[in-house]
Design a protein around this ligand. Structure first.
Ligand code: DON
Length: 577
């Protein structure tokens, strides 16, 4: 039945792009939530509500960012966090743009080969049957990067916020004390991850209980941690009692993070990547995220082709987009890393001249082989979790934030004392050149581990302008598929005139150079399309649950109202007024 509904909804999405000789017309009946002035779209209704309430109180998008980030740490422990990090791209009502990097850092004691055996092989854990299970860079205390989220929240609030911090954090503390109702999807996730929780945590943690839909989980320890942070500010987490307790906990569990690591953590204000596509100006995240550069590369490589004439998810559109993705991800793996440690040739990589050259080997007659673009062979590994939220306030400020613990529930290491999960962001480094991380991404020297270095990310929080005016705030989780999912969402709105809600719901595909395969969302594309692609030399995979993006976005309509797009794939919710 579920399958039938999916197939039907795909059909509806495909035919609902009312196409009259390449002219698409928006189907107004397919809009998501429409509001007059202000909106928050996030992974959970409770977090969107806390953010919206802050806006109703007169707070701006930056106050709402602080509230929503912390609220997600309570209501969405799968990915929302204070034990992880993230990126924010913003556009103020006056057109000023900027970006904040609150990405995790490698601890001072980290070394390039810390996840390798003496013989150079990756260290893995073995299960009872001797099978290799997740690597040390993904599971347990050694996987944890120095968290940046609390510093991020305070940096945003101090520089750009307007309400007192108490007004922002108090509702989150109240929610943690009151508790959060378990959704069906959350019940399934907790069940799926329980073997890992048991393996990593010495004590029975909150999440080992068999929580069922409609149960209420209370978070008193997290409420206490947040109360201390509210009273003592950012330094409580990085230098205060919380820092001491956190470091002791991590070290007791075999980790290497020290008090010095926490006290030295700093966010970085960065210049976002900006570029043009048709009449759009795209503003996206700069390194240490690969998001902005890869998005720019792909969009500029596909810009000369008439995607509207090809049609959404048509053979030709998939070919052009796949070939551009292949080339961009090959560059990603070699050139991109933390710009404070390596020289990233960003300007060249997104220059028209360079990109024109990259596409000269493309032909509609035959797939390019990834081995012709570069070398390597990669196996596919299951994807995990991150979360995105978009906010536009009643003053016209917009933010786009993607934040993560990396894997679902991060390292699975849960600090019962302080009430939160710790990230496993260290896996985003390249532990060994040519060996894939959990997203199947490979890296080189530019993304090797070094003390205090930030690991390369794919997070792509993005803001789009048209004619100098705000058009969209968009982003998503999904590991390596983040960039290509943001891309497809923007194209769906711009090229195919889908509503924001249709654009985030539409079926997606993904190519990342290696493995040399196009991943398709299961049961969402016609089989004849696969036959055509295969005859041209493309490899297809629609079995692996590789497309895990849950895109959230806000579109500014011509009449100035806002439309929310909250991904059907999660519990995502748009709220506003
Ligand atoms: O920064 C990155 O690219 C990854 N740590 C993001 C992880 C992610 O999106 C997992 N969600 N599906």
């Amino acid at each position: 039945m579920k399958k039938l509904i999916l197939i039907l909804s795909v059909f509806v999405v495909l035919v609902s792009c009312n196409k009259i000789e390449n002219e698409y017309v928006v189907d107004e009946s397919k809009r998501g939530l429409i509001v007059e002035k202000a909106m928050v779209v996030s992974a959970r209704q409770e977090a969107s509500k806390i953010g919206t309430d802050i806006l109703k109180k007169g707070g701006n998008a930056f106050d709402a960012m602080a509230a929503t980030q912390l609220a997600l740490a309570v209501v969405y422990p799968f990915a929302g966090n204070i034990g992880g990090g993230g990126f924010m791209v913003y556009r103020k009502a006056n057109g000023e743009i900027g970006a904040l990097d609150f990405r995790e850092k490698a601890p001072l004691a980290a070394t390039k080969d810390m996840y390798l055996e003496e013989d150079g092989n990756i260290i893995t854990y073995l299960d009872k049957k001797g099978n290799i299970i997740p690597k040390k860079s993904t599971l347990g205390a050694l996987a944890v990067g120095v968290p940046g989220s609390v510093a991020g929240v305070f940096a945003v609030h101090e520089r750009l916020g307007s309400l007192p911090i108490e007004d922002i954090i108090t509702p989150v503390i109240d929610l943690a004390n009151k508790g959060v109702v378990v959704t069906k999807k959350q019940e399934e996730r907790i069940k799926k991850y329980q073997p890992y929780f048991r393996k990593v945590n010495n004590n029975t943690i909150l999440f080992v209980k068999n929580w069922k839909e409609n149960d209420t989980i209370k978070y008193p320890a997290l409420a206490e941690t947040l109360t201390r942070i509210m009273k003592n500010g950012r330094d409580e987490f990085y230098k205060g009692e919380t820092a001491k307790r956190l470091v002791k906990f991590i070290q007791d569990n075999g980790g290497i993070i020290t008090e010095e690591d926490l006290s030295r953590y700093e966010v970085k204000w960065r210049t976002p990547i900006t570029f043009e596509y048709d009449d759009l100006k795209i503003i996206s995240m700069s390194p240490p995220s690969s998001g902005g550069i890869c998005l720019a590369q792909i969009m500029k490589m596909i810009e000369p082709y008439d995607l509207a004439a090809y049609g959404p998810n048509s053979l030709k559109a998939i070919q052009v987009i796949t070939e551009a993705e292949r080339r961009a991800y090959a560059d990603r793996s070699f050139y991109l890393g933390d710009p404070d440690f390596v020289t990233v040739p960003g300007e060249t990589l997104i220059s028209n001249e360079y990109l024109k050259g990259r596409m000269t080997s493309f032909s509609f007659e035959k797939a390019t082989l990834s081995s012709e673009v570069s070398h390597g062979s990669v196996q596919v590994i299951e994807s995990n979790e991150t979360t995105h939220y978009s906010i536009i306030d009643q003053f016209g400020n917009a933010i786009s934030v993607t934040t993560t613990l990396n894997g679902g529930y991060g390292s699975k290491l849960y600090c019962t004392d302080l009430g939160f999960f710790l990230n496993n962001e260290m896996d985003d480094f390249s532990s060994k050149p040519g060996v894939p991380n959990m997203f199947g991404l490979i890296g080189a020297e530019a993304n090797s581990i070094a003390p205090e270095k930030r690991m390369l990310s794919s997070m792509t929080p993005t803001i789009v302008e048209r004619d100098g005016k705000l058009l969209m705030s968009v982003g998503t989780p999904g590991g390596s598929t983040i960039i290509t999912s943001v891309l497809q969402t923007i194209l769906n709105v711009h090229e195919y005139k889908m509503t924001m809600q249709e654009a985030v719901n539409a079926p997606r595909f993904h190519h990342q150079w290696l493995p040399d395969v196009i991943f398709f969302e299961p049961n969402s594309f016609p089989k004849e399309l696969f036959v055509q692609l295969q005859s041209l030399g493309y490899k297809i995979n629609e079995k692996t649950s590789r497309i895990t993006a849950k895109v959230d976005g806000i579109l500014v309509l011509e009449n100035g109202k806002l439309e929310g797009g909250a991904d059907r794939r999660g519990d995502d919710t748009a709220l506003g007024f």
